[in-house]
Design a protein around this ligand. Structure first.
Ligand code: PLP
Length: 356
């Protein structure tokens, strides 16, 4: 792993030069034999990453587009959105903007969504939910939800509800098991744990989610899951994709497999532990330590967060600002993607210096 990273925001993350170089390859058509081979290579690489033998797709869009698509394709009337920060709240805002009936189960910023609270909500409500949204890793607060447990609760308490998962800041940095946890839609844009420049989103759709989509006549055109399925069966995509991203993704999936996914997850946990341990003197962890994210840490420092970030910038380092309602009081360190533990340690040395 090259140790030149000085860029520590929780996405878009630092991209290795080899990956950027892939994006300068000569163009190929998306109906060509070469593209089909590239697409097949990507689909093969996404299998172990999502831990699924089911359908996996690539959309030329940021993650928000596919969050909207998941709701448009899978929810007819009513959805339950679980929230514990800004990005899970985005699912709520999208559902409202689509005119859906939307209920919210809010754990509060900095907390994890508790499986028991979800079970209580689903068990006590008479409402039928077409789907429940779950956010694996809440990037605004640095909290990882127990996705396996939450998905299990939905399947037990509300078996007809589809499970729609935002894995934007987990996939590639934290294990995701689509088949074992029976996730119906699982999506991640690539500028975080997969460490590509932003612009595409990878996602999975279960057979029962595809069946549900068939019942919705007005799925729109750009994000129609049935069109994705039809074209993927022919090793392609419905409309002209960002082909440079496809070159980069194919290479990156190979490189991630060479690193080994378990080694990659372990590296993320090590970067998190180092970050928490080395910032204790001058900052407190802003969120529940029991659910501290392996990919992003939100900290409440004794000094003004903006001052710390400015001082870091003067020394050539970029760290993340607070997000939403935590903007003024926190800063965030993204330890995500391809950066090495040594790069994080060097950045933490500089942080230590600027906070003295
Ligand atoms: N969900 C989470 C957890 C995120 O962190 C983000 C972006 O930071 C999004 C959704 C939105 O993704 P995108 O910016 O790719 O639309």
């Amino acid at each position: 792993m090259t140790e030149t990273c000085k860029y520590f925001i929780p996405g878009p993350t630092w991209v290795r030069p080899e990956i950027l170089a892939e994006m300068t390859r000569p163009m190929i058509g998306h109906r060509s034999t070469e593209f089909r081979a590239l697409f097949s290579r990507i689909v093969a690489g996404l299998g172990p990453l999502f831990n699924t033998s089911g359908d996996r797709f690539v959309a030329t869009s940021s993650g928000t587009g596919v969050m909207q698509a998941a709701l448009e394709n899978c929810v007819n009337r009513r959805v339950l959105v679980t929230t514990n920060g800004a990005f899970s709240e985005r699912f709520f805002a999208i559902a409202q903007s689509l005119g859906l009936e939307v209920d919210q189960l809010d754990a509060g910023w900095g907390n994890a969504v508790e499986p028991d609270a979800l079970a209580d909500h689903l068990g006590s409500r008479r409402a039928h939910y077409d789907a429940v949204t779950l956010t694996h890793n809440e990037t605004s607060t640095g909290v990882t939800n127990d996705l396996a447990a939450l998905a299990r609760v939905v399947h037990e308490e509300s078996p007809d509800s589809l499970v729609l998962v935002d894995a934007v800041s987990s996939l590639g940095g934290i294990e995701v098991r689509v088949d074992d946890w029976a996730l119906d839609v699982c999506l991640a844009s690539v500028q975080k744990g997969i460490a590509l420049p932003p612009g595409i989103t990878v996602f999975t759709v279960s057979p029962r989610a595809l069946e549900r989509a068939k019942k919705h006549p007005y799925r729109g055109t750009y994000f129609d899951f049935l069109a994705y399925k039809k074209h993927a069966d022919d090793q392609s995509v419905p409309s002209t994709p960002s082909i440079p991203h496809f070159f980069a993704l194919a290479r990156q999936l190979d490189d991630m497999a060479s690193e080994g996914l378990e080694a990659r997850f372990e590296r993320h946990r090590t970067m998190r532990d180092l970050t928490i341990q080395r910032t204790k003197r001058y900052a407190r962890l802003a969120s529940d330590p029991e659910h501290a994210s392996p990919t992003v840490t939100a900290l409440t420092p004794a000094m003004k967060p903006a001052e710390i970030r400015d001082e870091m910038k003067k020394r050539g380092y970029t760290i993340g600002g607070g997000y939403g309602q935590w903007k003024e009081t926190t800063f965030r360190i993204g330890h995500i993607g391809d950066m090495g533990v040594a790069a994080v340690a060097e950045m933490l040395d500089v942080l230590d210096e600027v906070t003295r």
